[in-house]
Design a protein around this ligand. Structure first.
Ligand code: SF4
Length: 450
């Protein structure tokens, strides 16, 4: 194995030397690096090569002296600058070429340093653009460091007030501006809502979400008070409760918190730049303001977006950038694939490919490691194998139940079968007021590759 390490070091130095001509400072670094390699060899540590071309000393990092750790840091400094190293694998006699992708570099950084909010758009774009299988692999690595990879949260979403919405969201059949054949209904009564929540609980759901097709809750005092009552009752049933009711005011956020609301959903939908192509009746900043009020009230933030709206890949990156640079990352990030509904302006959009979903999910996982990344609308179009890839890439939450507001969702029995086949378990509800647990990456720091 140490043969491999030495070969990495020698090839690496040869590469540096050939292409850049070592200056005095680099000569010193070369000496330090060489000493580090000799030290490693002497101490017979267990080293493995990773497919990114980096090496991993997981079990043994603790044993290293501060001096050698410093030497390893020097190696780390060089890695992003020289993407491609030719190394001789210790497991075969052939010479292989490995490429350290942006997904690998940023995933490693996330695992080492934990969540951060200073992502640049270029950094996220380079992660998003990494070769898809590499992106998937590194999304999976971050996922396993930050979460129990077998646990998948099951949420049930009920439309408690359907249709007749005054907004003009181009994808939405509930907007009163489009002729989709959907009839506007009044707020569902208490018995019907509680019965649905009970059913969802029996079916294994731990979070119950109530959606109302409203622009906001202003001037809806009676309905809003009813919603507060539903929240209290459902919370009393031992379930997490989420609402999506449009824009909120400060006082309403406080009242929802008092009633026991766990999370509030308010999606950004897409990038700031593309947003005016999708919605004109409220601004991107309106949405951000609601998210801020929710956060200030001490309610978990659920915010994500939709792909397949006709946006460019840069807009998908832009959406993730906005979410990942919020002062605190949303606790839940739903990734929806558009279900084009007849009668809406987006009725002719072509369906989203599974690889587009995987790119979004894995990138979201790497840039917002602690968030619950929810495989949301559009899941119904994906096979069990395709969904398995999404879970592998970092998704750990789904919506269960026959419908997602007004569009079809996966069959309950098929979901149960999927959990069994894939060895997934339902994530238990979390009611603690404590902030989300510390990033496990801190504990795992000693296991990361250098
Ligand atoms: S997405 Fe919400 S706000 Fe937009 S039209 Fe539909 S129900 Fe109204």
């Amino acid at each position: 194995m140490f043969h491999g390490v030495v070969v990495v070091g020698v090839n690496f130095l040869a590469f540096v030397s050939r292409t850049h001509g070592l200056k005095k400072k680099e000569e010193e670094q070369r000496r330090t690096l060489k000493q580090g390699c000799v030290w490693l060899k002497k101490h017979t540590l267990s080293l493995n090569f990773q497919n990114s071309g980096q090496f991993n000393c997981s079990a043994s990092f603790r044993k290293l002296s501060a001096k050698v750790r410093k030497k390893m840091q020097i190696i780390r400094c060089f890695q992003p600058r020289f993407r491609s190293l030719i190394i001789k694998s210790p497991f075969s006699s052939s010479t292989s070429s490995f490429c350290s992708s942006a997904a690998a570099i940023q995933a490693e950084r996330t695992i080492r340093d934990g969540p951060r909010n200073d992502w640049s758009k270029d950094e996220i774009k380079s992660v998003y653009d990494s070769p898809v299988l590499d992106l998937l692999f590194h999304g999976a690595q971050v996922h396993r460091h930050a979460h129990n990879f077998r646990e998948v949260q099951q949420c049930t979403l009920l439309s408690v007030k359907t249709g007749g919405c005054s907004e003009d969201c181009s994808y939405c059949p509930q907007s009163s501006r489009y002729d989709t054949g959907l009839k506007a209904q009044k707020l569902m009564n208490k018995d019907a809502v509680l019965e649905a929540a009970e059913k969802a609980k029996e079916a294994g759901s731990t979070r119950f979400c109530m959606g109302a097709a409203w622009r906001d809750t202003v001037g809806r005092k009676t309905n809003f008070n009813q919603i507060l009552e539903y929240v209290k009752e459902i919370r009393g049933m031992g379930m997490e409760v989420c609402c999506t009711l449009g824009m909120l005011e400060k006082q309403q956020a406080v009242e929802l918190k008092k009633a026991g609301l766990t999370a509030y959903n308010h999606n950004l939908d897409t990038s700031r730049e593309y947003y005016p192509n999708i919605i004109t009746t409220r601004s991107y900043d309106d949405r951000l303001e609601t998210l801020q009020l929710v956060r200030e009230a001490g309610i978990s933030v659920c915010s994500g977006g939709i792909i397949g709206l006709g946006e460019a890949e840069d807009d998908r990156v832009g959406l993730l950038h906005t979410l990942a640079t919020l002062p605190t990352h949303p606790e839940s990030v739903p990734i929806n694939a558009l279900i084009a509904v007849k009668g809406t302006p987006l009725q002719d959009q072509k369906p989203v490919e599974i690889w587009e979903m995987i790119r979004m999910i894995a990138t979201a996982r790497i840039v917002m490691p602690k968030a619950m990344v929810r495989l949301s609308a559009g899941r119904v179009r994906f096979s069990m194998s395709e969904q398995a890839l999404c879970f592998l890439a970092g998704a750990n939450s789904i919506f269960t139940g026959e419908k997602l507001l007004t569009t079809p969702n996966n069959d309950f029995d098929a979901d149960q079968m999927m959990f069994k086949v894939l060895g997934l378990t339902p994530k238990p509800p979390k009611f603690s007021e404590e902030p989300v647990r510390a990033f496990e990456g801190e504990r795992c720091q000693e296991a990361v590759s250098i």
